[in-house]
Design a protein around this ligand. Structure first.
Ligand code: HEC
Ligand code: HEC
Ligand code: HEC
Ligand code: HEC
Length: 154
């Protein structure tokens, strides 16, 4: 009798260790989970405010068009009609709010065009694409032949 109690002691100690581990887990979890977690779903509701409070970086095409009517008009008649201004010019909310303060420039125009148009077997075959190295000298500035806002050559 004494022996079997002696053997069960091992199991009891093991159970105690597991209970202690589970209790520690619950205490730590309670301490580190942010308040209100799970209010709307499996996330922290404050995350919405964090994202909301970030400054806007994109102005949106309608804003650009209000001041740059000519470019907007040319673009809407060409094959880049559905490519947004800021897809090429980058995020320009700061410029739209204060046009004199920043002068937008595209540093690497061929690189920009290539980003969308470089030939790649993974692209849909109907999408206009060229291998830059073989297309009209490779390093030639794309915009010397293609008007960026309406790129089709007549
Ligand atoms: C409130 C009017 C206004 C808005 C909105 C505006 N711009 Fe401008 N933009 C200007 C003015 C004015 C200049 C000329 C600034 C200068 O020369 O100092 C300019 C200059 C530019 C230039 C440089 C032109 C050059 O000569 O090199 C680009 C590119 C440009 N804007 C693109 C955009 C885009 C894209 C948007 C939309 C995100 C936009 N702008 C929104 C007024 C505006
Ligand atoms: C497919 C890419 C692309 C799109 C889309 C695009 N642009 Fe441009 N834009 C360019 C390039 C490239 C230049 C030449 C930039 C340079 O020389 O720094 C340019 C030049 C300009 C200029 C300087 C004056 C001129 O006509 O050359 C303005 C202003 C401008 N863009 C405004 C806009 C606005 C507004 C929109 C949206 C209605 C727009 N762009 C859409 C690529 C684009
Ligand atoms: C953000 C992606 C994007 C960028 C950057 C871009 N394009 Fe495009 N381009 C397009 C899309 C989308 C189309 C239209 C595809 C369609 O209509 O099916 C297009 C169409 C074209 C066409 C086909 C015209 C035709 O009718 O055959 C040419 C040429 C072209 N782009 C040249 C350029 C040049 C040059 C630049 C750089 C100044 C440039 N693109 C930058 C997305 C882009
Ligand atoms: C010397 C003039 C010239 C230069 C520079 C040039 N292109 Fe072209 N591009 C053309 C001509 C002409 C065509 C139409 C005939 C053809 O498909 O060869 C064309 C067609 C295209 C097409 C449409 C292909 C299709 O399948 O519909 C794309 C996309 C294009 N060019 C992108 C670019 C890009 C990106 C650059 C810069 C890296 C560039 N081009 C530089 C003359 C030029």
């Amino acid at each position: 009798m004494r022996d079997s109690w002696h053997d069960a002691g091992h199991l009891i100690r093991l159970v105690l260790v597991l209970v202690l581990a589970a209790a520690t887990f619950l205490v730590v979890r309670r301490a580190v989970i942010p308040e209100a977690f799970g209010m709307y779903g499996h996330y922290r509701p404050g995350a919405l405010e964090d994202v909301q409070s970030r400054p806007l970086r994109f102005a949106g095409q309608a804003e650009c068009a209000a001041c740059h009517e000519d470019q907007a008009k040319v673009k809407s008649a060409g094959r880049h009609a559905r490519t947004g201004c800021e897809a090429c010019h980058g995020p320009l909310a700061a410029h739209a709010a204060d046009p004199g303060g920043t002068k937008p420039r595209i540093e690497d125009i061929p690189g920009l065009c290539q980003g969308c148009h470089e030939k790649d077997a993974a692209k849909p075959s109907g999408f206009p694409q060229v291998a830059r190295a073989e297309h009209y000298g490779g390093t030639g500035p794309c915009e010397s032949c293609h008007q960026p806002h309406s790129p089709k050559l007549q």
